[in-house]
Design a protein around this ligand. Structure first.
Ligand code: XMP
Length: 528
């Protein structure tokens, strides 16, 4: 970062400099919720780069370090003299204070974590409409001991004297709390004050403005050339298909690869929906046999994932030659992918972003970059909730816009052990019952994901007068914000009973249903 992709369509009104906080993206989303375009950039972005970019405001994120620790990430000190308003959040505020001559130290008394009532001393500017006594979310072990010259206190809490500070003449502001998190009741009011009143931004980041710009940009980028899109039926690739179809019509070809691990009725639904209803070119590729034969005898989850990922790329390459030539490949890359791969959320000590790999993810956006195409990625600046709005605005039905996430390797990773046609059929039927009953109970949209998992062990049961010896189905139902953590959903007993009865009675090969009551962590959402 800054992201120099040719599809950068507009300059950000607000730049968020990321010091490694888990909330940096959230700040960007909150700013965008005020219809002001924001981008996350590395803390090391120079004042010169920022001057060229000319944002109307800069927000310094929080971060895990202490500003006085060796190797702590620092910003270019010339930023303070750019004449651009700056809001420092938590670590960002401490950095501002320290670099401008104030003092930051470890809190000697109680470090403040969690909710704290804010006492407003200066109810104007940044704190207009932020009520005294309103809750703000604190999470810090350091405090400001002395303010730099020119700064004054705007608010305090019981344990933090300088909870909000400002140098009005230089338009520099700092808050010790996190206005971006949902627990901060007046956080959005504060963010609005900053972007509108202090920075003078205009509310012009709207869904319709985005669509208009993206359509124009895609047309300019693609010209008369042909574009290929791997369609999965998820909200990202579906929105992308609609957007591209609006921009370039029949120059778009969607390739829909059926690897045989889709939910019941999904291939028919997708081809019918995109092709017949909306006249978007969809090439349906039936590759079921290829995939299942590759998985014969494979029981290791990672091996399964890799085989499916590799085979997907092979099929894609072969078919793109058959259907081609294409100049462009459209990908549903979203902004969190861009930020992550740019590695802005770095470990301040090593400068690296370290993550332990739990599962190798496969999805249609994960095609290798060395394919001989130029990339079209009009969604690369959007967060997921923004993609949903765009999809909706382009006419995608709620059924697709609000779909539960579905993994690229599909039902193959919900059958533990070897995948066979018999197990796939069984799981498909069980999965349909789960979805039907959850929807019927009106809970589909309250749940992050609800699905069935098939375990390759048999237990004894009795049906009628007959002994059965069959597989169990696991019901997995979780609530989550982003899939990173999750809790199991407390479903009503009657619903559990209905799902269990229907699965055992209607699905051949299953004689038992169990309910997974594991959160993530320590469990993961999928079983493989
Ligand atoms: P886990 O099982 O890691 O899943 O807790 C977190 C979220 O990611 C989804 N998931 C995948 N999505 N390709 C995808 O596109 C994959 O290979 C994949 N594996 C897991 C999972 O459904 C959940 O929403």
């Amino acid at each position: 970062m800054p992201d120099s992709q040719p599809d950068a369509q507009r300059q950000p009104a607000i730049v968020i400099l990321d010091f490694g906080s888990q909330y940096s993206e959230l700040i960007a989303r909150r700013v965008r919720e005020t219809e002001v375009y924001s981008l996350v950039m590395s803390f090391s972005t120079s004042a010169d780069e920022l001057r060229k970019l000319a944002p109307k405001g800069i927000i310094l994120s929080g971060g895990p370090s202490s500003v006085y620790a060796e190797g702590a990430p620092l910003c270019d000190p010339l930023i303070w003299d750019l004449g651009i308003p700056v809001l420092g959040v938590c670590y960002g505020m401490q950095l501002m204070v320290q670099q401008l001559g104030g003092v930051v130290e470890a809190a000697t008394g109680k470090a403040e974590y969690g909710k704290a009532p804010l006492e407003v001393d200066e109810p104007r500017d940044l704190l207009t409409n932020v009520e005294s006594g309103s809750t703000m979310w604190m999470s810090h072990g350091d405090v400001v001991r002395a303010l730099p010259e020119g700064f004054l206190r705007l608010a305090h809490t019981l344990n933090t004297a300088d909870a909000a500070v400002a140098d009005h003449s230089r338009r520099l502001y700092g808050v010790q709390f996190h206005p971006e998190v949902v627990h901060s009741t007046h956080g959005m009011a504060l963010i609005r004050n900053f972007v509108y009143h202090i920075c003078g931004c205009q509310p012009n980041w709207t869904t319709s403005a985005f669509i208009e710009e993206a359509v124009a940009h895609v047309r300019a980028q693609v010209g008369q050339k042909r574009v290929l899109l791997a369609l999965s039926g998820g909200v990202d690739s579906s929105t992308l298909a609609f957007l591209l179809h609006k921009a370039i019509g029949d120059q778009l070809t969607c390739m829909f690869i059926d690897q045989g691990f889709m939910r019941k009725g999904e291939p028919e639904f997708l081809t019918d929906f995109f092709d017949r209803k909306f006249h978007i070119n969809v090439e349906y590729i039936n590759a079921r046999q290829r995939f299942i034969s590759k998985l014969k005898g494979i029981i290791d989850p990672e091996e399964k994932r890799k085989i499916i990922g590799t085979e997907f790329i092979r099929v894609f390459e072969e078919e793109s030659i058959r259907l081609g030539p294409f100049d462009f490949l459209a990908q549903g890359t979203l902004y969190p992918d861009v930020i992550e791969s740019a590695g802005t959320n770095v470990d301040p000590k090593t400068g690296e972003r370290v993550a332990v790999k739990i599962k190798s993810h496969h999805n249609v956006g994960g095609l290798p970059k060395d394919l001989q195409f130029k990339l079209v990625e009009p969604l690369r600046r959007l967060f997921k909730d923004e993609v949903r709005k765009v999809g909706r605005s382009l006419g995608l039905p709620e059924e697709i816009v609000r779909r539960h996430p579905f993994p690229g390797p599909g039902l193959a990773i919900r059958i533990l052990g070897e995948v066979t046609d018999e197990k796939l059929n069984c799981l498909r039927d069980a999965d349909l019952i789960v979805r039907e009953e959850i929807s019927e109970a009106g809970l589909y949209h309250e749940i992050w994901q609800a699905f069935a998992v098939l375990l390759p062990v048999r237990s004894v049961g009795v049906m009628g007068d007959q002994r059965t010896y069959a597989w169990p189905i696991v019901l997995r139902c979780v609530s989550s914000e982003d899939g990173m953590t999750a809790d199991w959903s407390r479903l009503p007993d009657e619903l559990l009973e209905r799902i269990s009865n229907r699965i055992v009675n209607e699905v051949r090969g299953v004689n038992r249903v169990v309910f997974d009551i594991t959160s993530k962590p320590p469990g993961t959402i999928e079983w493989e």
